[in-house]
Write a protein that binds this ligand. Structure first.
Ligand SMILES: NC(=O)c1ccc[n+]([C@@H]2O[C@H](COP(=O)([O-])OP(=O)(O)OC[C@H]3O[C@@H](n4cnc5c(N)ncnc54)[C@H](O)[C@@H]3O)[C@@H](O)[C@H]2O)c1
Length: 387
């Protein structure tokens, strides 16, 4: 018998849509006892028309413009925070106190201090929780992890990540308002570090283990922008670009680069690992492809490279590939939205006796810690150790 799971989604923008889609689709592709029910969604009173249109499009039973009232509602089992970053702390803590399951978008918080309070509240309440670092659930990135775990990369020397976009180059782009709240430090916390590098750090530590120390440089190219709310030209406090070097606990070196000023790059998230036995490369703008270079046999460590060796382009659509057996026939692709469906399917599996979901709120606090260390290093101009 299906078990209804009553969901409240807070925030009806980009992520509100991807999460609503995942709740609607998950039972079509994954056999799960829990069946999400779109009970209610939250948006601000000033956005009521948009909120009601959103509710109608996705089939929500009700709307709320007071999120505290929504979180306290007895008919809600799971609170899903898709609101801008400055709201995550209060929403997650209120949801934990109300005993609700929690899904929270990344970055977990505005800073580590907030993240620690959130973890304390959630762990005290003992509620199931997940943070939406959805890129782990791109099948090619899951395969990246599988290849490392199979020992096919061996001792790692280098890890390299980029996350580049180009949508804020114009001086006419305001700060504040829909989508562009990301340029307002009071709402976003930080710039590309929390918004984009948080993803790169989450996948890097998942694939290559903990980062021990970092040294960073950040840049704000456009120092003042008109604020959409006040209409006044105000100082920009977020990092437009960030580059950092990292040393991993396994002895490998990492480079991380992120900017919103890479003309031509839209959502260019790449990762590459170079080890003794092999190497792997992934580019999110070509998400079905994983590139793998095989140098040595993982069992014997002996060289197998010969005149036919080269980078293998794996089209990650076979039923043997992570998640793909749940979708279409081999050779047919899935999309960005499926990373959220895959994540939700794993979260529900965790409720039904499967492995506990990762990354949870504690794992996301760790990513927040690395982000804070990166920003502290850029401020101080020196290496920062991460415990
Ligand atoms: N996992 C990912 O890849 C990913 C991608 C994009 C965004 N995010 C995260 O998801 C969250 C939401 O981002 P988004 O892209 O959906 O943003 P968005 O601007 O598209 O939507 C945010 C929604 O929050 C509400 N909102 C906006 N400003 C508000 C305010 N001041 N007070 C109350 N409500 C407000 C509105 O309903 C709006 O529709 C952020 O934490 C962001 O970092 C994650």
């Amino acid at each position: 018998m299906p078990k209804p799971l009553n969901v409240a989604v807070l925030g009806c923008g980009f992520m509100g849509r991807t999460h609503s889609n995942a709740y609607s689709q998950v039972n079509h592709f994954f056999d799960r006892e829990h069946h999400p029910v779109l009970k209610a969604c939250y948006g601000r009173e000033e956005d009521r028309a948009k909120l009601e249109a959103f509710a109608k499009t996705w089939g929500y039973e009700s709307v709320e413009t007071d999120w505290r009232k929504l979180v306290a509602r007895k008919d809600i089992d799971l609170v899903d925070c898709c609101a801008p970053n400055f709201m995550h702390h209060d929403i997650v803590i209120a949801a934990a106190k109300a005993g609700k399951m929690i899904v929270c978008e990344k970055p977990l918080a505005m800073n580590l201090a907030e993240a620690e309070e959130m973890v304390a509240a959630v762990e005290k309440a003992g509620v199931a929780n997940m943070v939406s670092f959805n890129y782990r659930r791109v099948p090619a990135i899951s395969l990246f992890k599988q290849i490392i775990d199979e020992g096919r990369v061996g001792r790692v020397f280098h890890y390299r990540a980029t996350y580049n976009q180009d949508y804020t180059i114009s001086t006419n782009v305001p700060q504040g308002g829909m989508g562009l709240w990301r340029l307002d430090s009071k709402v976003a916390g930080s710039g590309v570090t929390g918004d984009l590098l948080a993803h790169s750090i989450d996948t890097a530590e998942w694939l290559n283990g903990p980062i021990q120390r970092v040294v960073a440089h950040t840049e704000t190219f456009i120092k003042e922008r008109k604020h959409a709310d006040s209409g006044k030209v105000e100082k920009v406090d977020i990092d437009d670009a960030c580059m950092f070097l990292a040393l991993f606990e396994n002895g490998s070196m990492g480079t991380f680069e992120s900017t919103r000023y890479a003309r031509g790059r839209k959502n260019y998230s790449t990762m590459e690992i170079n080890g003794e036995n092999g190497a792997i490369f992934f580019d999110l703008e070509d998400p079905h492809i994983l590139e793998f270079f095989r140098y040595a046999d993982p069992q014997t460590g002996k060289k197998i490279e010969d005149h036919l060796t080269g980078w293998q382009r794996i089209h990650v659509t076979n039923s043997e590939h992570p998640y793909m057996s749940h979708y279409w026939v081999p050779g047919t692709t899935i999309g960005y939205e499926h990373t959220f469906i895959n994540g939700l399917a794993d979260f529900l599996a965790g409720l039904e006796g499967g492995p506990a979901f990762q990354p949870n709120i504690r794992a996301a606090m760790r990513t927040q810690k690395v982000c804070d260390a990166v920003l502290a290093s850029a401020r101080k101009g020196q290496w920062v150790e991460i415990e």
